[in-house]
Structure formats: C-alpha cells, structure tokens
Design a protein around this ligand. Structure first.
Ligand code: GLN
Ligand code: ZN
Length: 751
C-alpha cells in the first residue's frame, strides 16, 4: 500500500525558522540569510520523508508565516495599504502578517483567526472592490522545482479556492459570487504551470468541506471544481479534506473527476460509514487519513487495520488525518523522558514509521508480524496513570456544584460597592513582557544553576517592579505579571499530577510563535497550591486590587495533548476540580479578583453546529462554573478569551456566569458588540482596545475611538478597558507606551 503525508512541520527541528525570522525582524539577518534558513528546513523535511519511504510527499507545505497568507499573496490578494508601503516582497508579506510601523508608514496586520478546530492561526485574506486577483506569485512552483532538484518528486499542496474564499473577508461590495470565476481561472493557470513543469499531482486542501454546507456552498464547490477538473493539463488532482467528515457533500465530491480523494478517518466520525454506504468509485484513489495528525499517541494498529481492511475500496493509500504541522517534530529530541513514557508516543517523524509499518501490514495476515505485535503490546496499560481518589471525586459531583449563588445581578452590586473602581476600569490580561532576564532566571533554575530561593527572589523583584510600573501607568486592577510562567498551560500542567512534559515538542501556533503542549498522561489532581504565593506577594506590594491569574480547565485540556483512553469530559472535570482548589485558596488568601483564562474555549467547538451542545458546550461551560461556583459573592471572577469569534455562542458564554469577561476585539471587526447587545449579555466586558499580537503602539485617539464605538453598544457601567491579550510576547518599551495611552484614553472618556 502507498502512503501519503498532507504536510510536515516546518518550523525546523530545533525551531530554526523562528530564530532566523526573529533575527530578520531585528535586522540581524538579511533576506538572503532568511531564505537560506528556510531552504535548509525544507530540505531536511523533504529528505526525512523520502528516507522514511513515504510515497506522496507534499511541497509548498512550508510557510514563513501561514499558508492562507501565502495563498493570498500568490493571487495578489494584497490590500492597497500594504502595497503603498513600497516594501520588498518579503517585507510586504510580513507587513500583512505582523503590521508595519516605520519610516514608510503605519499599518495594522491582517486579522488572524484560529484554523478550524486547531490552535494554529491563519491570516484572514481581505478582498475589496479593487482587489485584482491574479497569479502573481510562484511559491508553489519554486518549491516544487526545489524539491525535484533534491530528488523528491512531490505533490504540490495548495489551499483550495473554496476554502480560501470561504475564509476571506469581503470588505467592499463584492461577494464570493463576483470573484470566484477569476480566482478559479488563476488556479487553472497555476495547475497548468505546475503540470508543464512536471508536477504529477496537485493537492487541493479543502478543509472547509467538513463544516455544515448550504446548498449554495455545494453549488459553488461544484462549479469551481468542474472548471478546474476540466483543465487538469495532465496533472492528477487530489482533493484533500481534514478535521472531520464531508457528510454534506460526499456524493457530489465522488461524482466529480478527482483522481484522488483524501478523507479524515480520525476526526471524521462518519467517514467510514459514508464510504461504506455510498461506495467509493473504483477509478479513483482513496487517501485514507488514519494516522492522527493532531495527537501524539501511538497509532493502535489493530483499530487502524480493521478500518482499512473493512473499507471495501479498490484503491487505497494510507495517509495522515491532517497535516503533521499540528504535532512536534521528533521524539529523538526528547532526551529526558523515560522510555516507559516515550514508547507510547509518536511525533511527526515516528508517524512516518507508523505509516510505513501499517502500509506493509495492510491486506496481510498481520497478527503474527513483529511490528504488529510490538505495537499491540503498547496498549496493555501505562505506568502511574490512575488515581482512584480523583475518580471518586468526579463521580461525587452534584448539580449544585455547578451553580454560583447569589445570582449575577446581586453579586455585581456587592462587588461594585466593595471594589470601588472608577467607571471604565483599566486592567491587563495578566502577563507582562517576558524579557530575556526572566527567561534566563527560569532556565537557570530548571537546569539547577540557581537555587529555588534565588529563583523566587528574582521573580519577586520582578513582581515588585511590575506592580510599581502599573501604579505609575495608572492602571486600576493590577496583575503580578506571570513571570513564573513559561506558558499558561504548561505552567499549570507542571504543577498538577497526571502530566508528562517534553523538552522540545514545539508546535506552531502563529507565525514564529510556537507552543509546547504538555501531555495529559493520567488522572489529574493538584499537588499543592500553585499561584498563591506569587499573588499574595504581589498584593503585599500595593494598595490597589490585584487580580489572581489562573488558566481554566477547558483551556488546559485544549492546549494539552489529551488522553485517548478516557473521555474529554472526564479529563476536563478532573482538571476543573484541581483549579477550583486553587481558586478557593486564592480567595482565602485575600485575593478578591480572580481571572480564570479560557483562551481556548471557542476553538474546540465542533465544526458542525449540530454537534455543539451534545459534544461540547454541555460539559465545557458547566466545567467552568464548577471551578468558581463556591467563591463568596464579593469575589469578582474574570475570564478571558482570545478571539471574539463567539458571536454564535453568546448565551453559552454568559452561562459561564463569570462577572467580567475580556476578549480580543481589536483585530477583527466589532460585530461582536452588536451580538452582545442583542443577547442582553449580562457579564461585564472588556473588549480588547488594541492588538498585542503586533509591536505597534496604538495612539490615545485610536483607543478613544475604539471605546466610543464600544460605548454605543455596551452600558458604561459594564465596560472595562484592557489590551486584547497578555503582554508576554511584547517588548517593555512598546508595552509601557501602549498602556499609558490606554489609561489616558480611559481618563479622557471618563472626563
Ligand atoms: N493570562 C494570560 C496572559 O496574559 C492569558 C494569555 C492568553 O489568553 N493567551 O498571558
Ligand atoms: Zn488571550
């Protein structure tokens, strides 16, 4: 059986791309240097897959920032304001990604959104009435030729036109129906160019097909692809889908003239059933995505082979369920993790081996094969994964545990009188810049070069400085700055039982930012208070209110690699009980404002609406309530969410029953505010007034403008003023300037 990989991680085995890009941004590396670094990464990735014996390897899966942005760039979907800067091509590309502030102008970055149900982010292409869609770039072709010269005959992976258009934002009067035919024609040109350069397979990634589709969507898809498929120019066309099943369009897809169709059998719960009931055309190849591209557990060969052998399809290629972009590079980087753990994992490189072994076993009498027996021996049980105590606590949760009393309106009054904050209170989301000294302190402590006392002393000094700085800036609700945290999830994971950590298992989150999700190994419980000492110390430095800072259970789970042997719901409840202990300890220590971040709550919402309640909201929202339900009425509970894309679940967000919610609203439009109003949102809100994902400093006027728009939709007494996320990735200088402008803007409005 042949094998196929949708895409490979591209940040470099040791995050080389991140470091090279950052040097480029700082002016320490020139364009040629960055291009070379990228080329070296692509080479290593391609050769790795080739050596592993993968049949269908992708080119053009690389990106300096994001593949959707690459696609926009490829087809000249570049808003004029970026072109006007007069920068080089690569600099223009980064201006779209990161914004630009310098001699040549001052422009915000494009909006950024989560890529389907992952923690990867794409840049939202903007199509206005002047957009002149045209194939002006050559990245797919260049990377195909580059691979070929390395001896790797690749399939060329493209973000497909349907997904591209569905994700784009139309800022003028034009709609999809006005532009799709031009875009399709340009894709056809691209296919013809690729084919004439020797590309045998062009892969069109269309993950949008796993969402709920309207009949117009289906017509649009058919229309676009009838044209493309009538102009293959000798290339074979692979339609690649992932992140779910394509139940709304399966028959239309199989009727079209695709040569290969890639389906996800891991997240696509209905995929196997669709293939069985509707059949699969004998003249096409089915690329069966059975090796999980999102999680890090070893593949269960028994399950996978039984699905494969049961398909009843003539031509099958074994593939990954989605791009391997979402898993770390290689277990070989993990030198500290014992084999007892490691043997249960498969990162990108190990997944290549799995693909190969499975392909060799498929169709055989495999039960006595060594690779099969070895694989099955891994599913017998894991060391230290059970905790009967925690299991009993979860079983004992009652309905009352999910309810906070008194009701919001009463609490709001009590809190207003006790906290005595000004109108439009100013605050931040928690973290302050993680400068080099902060990281060094942590690293030295971790390596044993610093004692615990020295480590703590340093952080306390940082906290004291941070509090002083916030007082000088004039913020109303202060934070301790989160200097002790490498990452908002990893930090909690490290302080909970049941977690396993990696050293270098980085996964791209956005652009040059990578995360290192911890692994939920077994039942989770709290070892001891986690944040209490830091928050207590911060409070001792000031008379102003200090907000305690925690990460919520849904986010801890969503940004970890979850278990596959118990349900997500069970895991979330275990974490919720642990964080609840922390909330109550903070309160007992005098912290009367506590923020429980649920940055990732929205992203795991099932892609299909019909699955929202039954598969997610019905346990995610109660889990959050479980965490804070037992605090006193005067304790103010905040929550924070990245990205404001919860317009469609506002009642559920209100049902979290927090007292205040802050969220991103600066990079996307303020449409969310209308929805809050329409839904009579009761929770107080702090829609971020400026974008922290870019180094740009917002002016006072800009913030006043944002606040003025907000006031039109939100009652004054419910409006908070804050940046749109934590400041950890920002520099100190820009942060201080931005926050001063923020406070000045709040004062101006109060006046
Ligand atoms: N409290 C966290 C911080 O400020 C929240 C980060 C996030 O939402 N991603 O860093
Ligand atoms: Zn955030």
């Amino acid at each position: 059986m042949n094998t196929s990989v949708i895409g490979y991680p591209r940040i470099g085995k040791d995050r080389e791309l991140k470091f090279a890009s950052e040097k480029f941004f700082n002016g320490e590396l020139d364009e040629a240097g960055l291009l070379n670094a990228a080329k070296a990464i692509r080479k290593e990735d391609l050769l790795k897959q080739k050596e592993a014996g993968i049949t269908y390897i992708s080119s053009n899966d690389f990106s300096f920032y994001d593949n959707v942005l690459d696609t926009a760039f490829l087809f000249n979907v570049i808003p004029q304001r970026y072109k006007d800067l007069g920068l080089s091509e690569l600099e223009t590309y980064f201006a779209l990604a990161r914004g630009y502030q310098g001699e040549k102008g001052n422009v915000k970055a494009l909006a950024m959104k989560k890529w389907f149900n992952t923690n990867y982010h794409y840049l939202v292409p903007e199509i206005d009435d002047d957009t002149n869609i045209a194939l002006t770039g050559s990245k797919p072709l260049d990377e195909f030729i580059e691979a070929k010269e390395l001896g790797v005959d690749t399939k060329v992976a493209l973000v497909g036109p349907f997904t591209f258009l569905k994700l784009a934002k139309f800022t003028g009067s034009k709609k999809i129906s006005d532009v799709y035919s031009v875009l399709t024609a340009e894709y056809i040109k691209l296919v013809s160019l690729l084919a004439s350069s020797g590309a045998k397979i062009v892969e069109f990634d269309e993950p949008y097909l796993v969402r709920d589709l309207s009949s117009e969507d289906i017509d649009l898809f058919k229309e676009i692809y009838s044209l493309i498929l009538a102009n293959k120019n000798g290339a074979k066309i692979l339609l690649q889908t992932y992140f779910g099943d394509i139940r709304d369009i399966y028959n239309e897809v199989t009727d079209l003239d695709f040569d290969l169709i890639g389906l996800d059998f891991v997240e696509g719960r209905k995929t196997a059933e669709l293939v069985k009931t509707n059949g699969f055309p004998a003249d096409k190849i089915l690329v069966a995505g059975l090796v999980n591209g999102k999680n890090i557990w070893r593949n269960d060969y028994k399950k996978t082979l039984s699905v494969l052998n049961d398909l009843g399809v003539a031509n099958v290629v074994l593939g990954t369920s989605c791009s391997l972009l979402h898993v770390p590079y290689t277990l070989a980087n993990e030198t500290k993790l014992s084999d007892d753990y490691k043997k249960h994992f498969a990162f990108a490189e190990e997944k290549l081996t799995e693909l190969n072994e499975l392909a060799a076993l498929a169709g055989k009498d495999y039960e006595n094969e060594a690779s099969y027996k070895n694989n099955q021996s891994l599913f017998a049980g894991r060391v230290n994964s059970e905790d009967k105590d925690v299991q009993a606590k979860v079983a004992a949760i009652t309905d009352a545990d999910y309810v906070r009393l008194p009701v919001f309106e009463e609490r709001e009054k009590i809190q207003k009188s006790i906290l005595n904050l000004p109108l439009f209170p100013t605050t931040t989301i928690g973290s302050f810049p993680q400068t080099a000294d902060v990281r060094k302190n942590r690293q030295e402590f971790k390596k044993g070069l610093k004692s615990k006392e020295e480590y703590v002393e340093f952080n306390k000094q940082k906290i004291a400085e941070c509090i002083k700085l916030q007082e000088e800036i004039g913020l109303d609700v202060l934070v301790h700055g989160e200097f002790e945290r490498n990452d908002m999830v990893e930090y909690f994971g490290e302080n909970l039982n049941g977690y396993v950590f990696t050293e270098k298992a980085w996964v791209q989150s956005y652009g040059t930012r990578n995360v290192k999700p911890p692994i939920i190994w077994g039942d989770v419980s709290r070892k001891a208070p986690i944040t209490v000492e830091w928050s207590k110390f911060a409070k001792s430095c000031t008379d102003k209110p200090v907000k305690g800072m925690l990460t919520g259970p849904v986010t801890i789970l969503n940004w970890s690699f979850p278990r596959e042997d118990i349900s997500i719901k069970e895991s979330i409840l275990q974490i919720a009980l642990a964080i609840r202990d922390e909330v109550l300890d903070l309160e007992a220590n005098g912290i009367n404002i506590i923020q429980i971040d649920e940055a990732a709550l929205r992203e795991k919402l099932p892609l299909r609406k019909s699955d929202w309640n039954s598969e997610y909201l019905d346990f995610a929202i109660p889990a959050f309530r479980l965490v804070h339900s037992k605090v006193k009425p005067e304790t103010q509970i905040h929550t924070h969410m990245c990205y404001s894309e919860f317009t469609d679940i506002i009642p559920a967000i209100d049902a979290m029953d927090a007292d205040v919610i802050t969220f991103e609203a600066s990079r996307s439009d303020l449409q969310i505010l209308d929805s809050l109003k329409e839904n009579n949102f009761k929770t107080e809100v702090g829609p971020g007034v400026y974008d922290i994902h870019s180094p740009r400093v917002p002016s006072v006027e800009e913030i006043v403008n944002a606040l003025t728009k907000m006031r039109a939709k939100i009652e004054d007494k419910k409006l908070w003023v804050n940046p749109d996320c934590g400041l950890k990735t920002r520099g100190t200088e820009e942060t201080v300037k931005s926050l001063k402008n923020l406070v000045a803007a709040a004062k101006q409005i109060r006046g």
